[in-house]
Design a protein. Sequence first.
Length: 401
Amino acid sequence: MSLRNIGIVYRKELTEAVRDRRTMISSILIPLFLFPILTFGIGYAFVEVAGEAAREPSKIMLLGGEDSPDVVKELKNARNLRVVPRSADYVDQISDKKIRAAVEIPPGFQAAVARGEHPDVKIYIFKDDLKSMHGAIRIEKLFIEYRDTIVRGRLASDHLPESLMKPFDIEQQNVVSDEKVAGESYGGLITYLVILMSMTGAMYPAMDLTAGEKERGTMETILSSPIDRTHLVFGKFFVVLTASLATAMLSALSMGGSFSILSRLAKDQSIGEGFPMLTMHPKTVIAVLMMTLPVAVLFSAVLMTISLFAKTFKEAQSYLTPMTFVVIVPAIAAVLPGIELTSKLALVPILNVSLLCKELVTGTYHWNYIALIFFCTCVYAGIALFLAVKMFQRESVLFSS
């Protein structure tokens, strides 16, 4: 194999790829600016939404309570609650977010509590809606305070200490470092984005160097040059791989910088308390990039092979669109809670690297899994590259019409 010939093809194709605006945007501009925008934009939006939900009084509706004036008065006088007139369509109003919750007070509630009975209060909410959940928490807190007041009165009348209300405490204490907690929270998302950007960076060069050559009519010209087909494939392949690795590297560096700046700002401004702040160390970025290398080889070879069957750039785009979903499904699995790296999952392409990189972000290095996954991914990449070379040997594929 002639490295000189491969280098000639590589320099020629790389020069043309750099001149291509779409390649530059997907390989450089998007990974450089996407993650800072996502990190600060989503973080700012979350803080604003959570702050608005905490500041805004919750509109609620009372169902019943006519014979429980003390409880109704507490609800109406609560500073963070706004009681609206009763209506039969309270379910629709909660669904349409016109009110945040409805509380049903059973008949004779106050008298039943005074007699020592155990009536049930129901709170109707829009599950997982932030403002609805805030409203429910506020209502529940008010009823808990009302309950505790009654219990304190009974204990005082019997000359018993208030400690009987709470004979012992249960406390959850985190024993893992904040960095590991943050890595567990964000690690899956980070690796998902890096893998996705690695594929995106390889997509446009792969289409341009195969289907694009066919569409421009330059495929026959380059094939007629005195260069072996294998050298030609490797030259094009290394251009696609360069774009993929450049995108992955810039994505990882951009993310690392974004999280570092965000963590520093949060520390300086004393914000983000209660939320894990991630700091990506240089060794973590390097480890993620090392595991992304064979994945980038796999993407580059597969994308080139698929694009080679297309006759135009647009047709190649339609062929590669399903490829995006094939990558997204296993990559996003690392974001889901409860999915951990095992010996069986270590053999699944894309998913294995996603789960491993998530562990790397948390600072956990399972060297046996690292070696196994790196080896398996290299094998998959080698097979894909072998198929790419074989497809370039087939005249029916190169000159399909």
